[in-house]
Write a protein that binds this ligand. Structure first.
Ligand code: SAM
Ligand code: SF4
Length: 328
């Protein structure tokens, strides 16, 4: 699948639920309304769509959400997709808040998952509770160490929030280095209305990187995960740190991905509203050829890039949907 700008689309992210057991302040409002069940694809429908994408050249699938591990029966999807590894699919992975990882890490490893991204914005117990509104850090930490014990490579994702965790990145870099985890810092993106002003939360990572450089030796590397993160090796720990900077540096030129929501809506870009409705296609009884044609038609509409802006003159979210819809 090659898009109109010559980019090969090899990476599919699948949000399996819009629900979550946490309410991170930058991601959701506290009183989120979730979708009725009938609107959500069954796990079989999701597997069928994934199989079609794999048939057309997708080599990597990331399961996300909402919180993917709170979807009932989700391990059945991991098993089905795991069986497709080596049959076109090269990598199966997930992004999770870690609260259920202690329960599922071993089973995930058995399905062929080798790497997991766990979101953890702070190591401070009270701040973690504040950022997630309902979370207990011990649960996420238990999950992280269970994943490591099950043989999964762990990457910690932290959203950089002004005045919240900006003093903590030194400690997080030391902690991740000590345990052999990579760390990836992410700029907040204006997605969905939340209970706060995003201008107050936005912290440019260019600033964070130059602050970190006062204490750490960050060596350039050409390590890539096929994503937008720019990675450095931390000489003092040997671990890596990545920066995802959609706001300060546009990462679209190398974009290789599309995103499927739990309702079967395919977004060709995280930061644009155009989408293709695959639930309609599936539930109209499409055969494989019709499904494939619909996928090609969607890829042909992939836009050049996003239009994210955060400033006081643009108070509304750039796209109305929350990150938990498209899964980040
Ligand atoms: N619940 C899982 C988790 O937290 O890892 C998976 C879904 S979550 C939406 C995926 C990632 O998006 C998380 O790392 C989260 O921190 C990030 N995220 C959520 N809202 C964001 C926003 N507005 N800007 C940047 N990142 C965001
Ligand atoms: Fe849930 Fe992940 Fe959003 Fe936090 S970032 S509220 S854990 S979906």
């Amino acid at each position: 699948m090659i898009d109109p700008f010559g980019r090969a689309i090899t990476y599919l992210r699948v949000s399996v639920t819009d629900r979550c057991d946490l309410r991170c302040t930058y991601c959701m409002a506290e009183d989120m309304t979730f979708l009725p069940k009938a609107e959500i694809l069954s796990l079989e429908e999701m597997d069928r769509l994934c199989a079609a994408f794999i048939r057309l050249g997708t080599t990597k699938i990331r399961i996300t959400g909402g919180e993917p591990l709170v979807r009932r029966g989700v391990m059945g999807l991991f098993e089905a997709l795991g069986a497709r590894l080596g049959q076109g699919l090269e990598e199966l992975t997930l992004t999770t808040n870690g609260t259920q990882l202690a329960k599922y890490a071993e089973a995930l490893a058995k399905c062929g998952v080798r790497r997991v991204n766990v979101s953890l914005d702070t190591l401070d117990v009270a701040k973690f509770a504040e950022a997630t509104r309902w979370g207990k850090i011990e649960k996420t930490l238990d999950g992280i160490f269970a994943a490591q014990a099950a043989g999964l490579a762990v990457k910690i994702n932290a959203v950089a929030l002004k005045g919240f965790n900006e003093e903590e990145f030194d400690a997080m870099l030391a902690w991740t280095g000590q345990h052999g985890f990579d760390l990836c810092l992410i700029e907040t993106m204006p997605m969905g209305e939340i209970d706060a002003d995003r201008t107050d939360q936005y912290l440019p990572l260019s600033l964070v990187r130059s602050r970190l450089r006062k204490r750490w030796t960050l060596n350039d590397t050409d390590y890539r995960t096929g994503g937008p993160a720019r990675y450095y090796t931390v000489a003092e720990t040997g671990a890596r740190i990545g920066f995802i900077t959609p706001m300060t540096h546009n990462f679209c030129e190398s974009c290789n991905r599309v995103r499927l929501t739990c309702t079967g809506t395919l977004y060709m870009c995280l930061g644009q509203d155009d989408a293709a409705d695959f639930r309609k296609v599936l539930r109209a009884g499409a055969d494989d050829a019709t499904l494939d044609a619909a996928i090609f038609a969607a890829i042909a509409r992939k836009p050049k890039g996003h239009d994210f802006v955060i400033d006081r003159n643009t108070p509304r979210a750039a796209v109305a949907r929350h990150m938990s819809v498209t899964g980040g």
